[in-house]
Write a protein of this length. Structure first.
Length: 255
């Protein structure tokens, strides 16, 4: 079977920056040497500005846009899961709205990585920049560690990863901030560690104070998340991970 990458993007207004960020993301798709990809946009916006941007690029690559109405009390993961459910590719490539490709070889490398390793997940070298896309910094090579589930996230955001479509582990929507850490932990337990691709920098993650405003995805949710995870896996009893290694250890309750 020929591989197809489904780039799954949970989109929203992003305090007025949403349409610009989507356009800049699409521009990074145009430079890809391998065109075997589709783009799935699950859009929480209340207007059609992001949809209009999608329509501009539909003649260039395959875009599926759908509106998604999420209960504000629910995790943002529901929007990403909606995008993934509409994917038809053999490889799932998450990409959060503020992030973009900086290498022309992203799609080609993702496909070759999965062709060599079959059912797998992979993490790619990435860096960061400001909201306007300037001043790249903090070039990172991902790695897996057993305490990732406790918030010691040495892999990075889901934008730095890809997953075989056969992997059916979904994000736990009970979590607000540590969804990716929990997700990585469960995938590791079922499929082993990620393939690390570090020959060049592939993804750029934007860092902005606006992220802290994004509904429930703030540090205020850490006490709930860390205690939910510790209880979910009975970590206090089984000793599988070292709770003292968590940057949020001070929030862990003893019951």
């Amino acid at each position: 079977m020929s591989e197809l990458v489904s780039i799954c993007v949970p989109a929203w207004n992003y305090y007025g920056h949403g349409p610009r960020l989507i356009r800049e993301m699409f521009e990074s798709f145009k430079i890809q040497t391998n065109k075997k990809f589709e783009v799935i946009i699950s859009d929480e916006s209340k207007d059609e500005s992001i949809k209009d941007i999608c329509n501009e690029y539909k003649s260039i690559f395959d875009i599926k846009h759908m509106f998604f109405e999420r209960d504000p009390s629910l995790s943002y993961a529901h929007n990403y899961i909606n995008a993934e459910k509409h994917a038809s590719g053999t490889i799932i490539k998450p990409l959060f709205q503020a992030d973009f490709f900086i290498s022309e070889n992203v799609i080609d490398t993702v496909i070759k990585t999965h062709e060599r390793n079959k059912i797998c997940w992979a993490a790619y070298r990435y860096d960061h920049c400001q909201l306007d896309g300037s001043s790249p910094f903090n070039d990172r090579i991902p790695s897996y560690n057993p305490n990732v589930v406790l918030g010691v996230n040495t892999i990075g955001a889901p934008s730095a990863c890809s997953f075989s479509s056969e992997i059916k582990e979904e994000m736990d929507t009970n979590l607000r901030m540590m969804l990716d850490c929990d997700h990585y932990f469960r995938i590791y337990n079922s499929y082993g560690p990620p393939i690390i691709v570090s020959d060049e920098c592939y993804i750029r993650n934007r860092i902005s104070d606006l992220e802290a405003k994004n509904e429930r995805a703030t540090l205020d949710n850490v006490p709930f998340d860390i205690n939910y995870i510790v209880k979910k896996y009975n970590f206090k009893q089984n000793g599988y991970v070292d709770l003292n290694q968590s940057p949020f250890a001070g929030h862990i309750q003893f019951w």
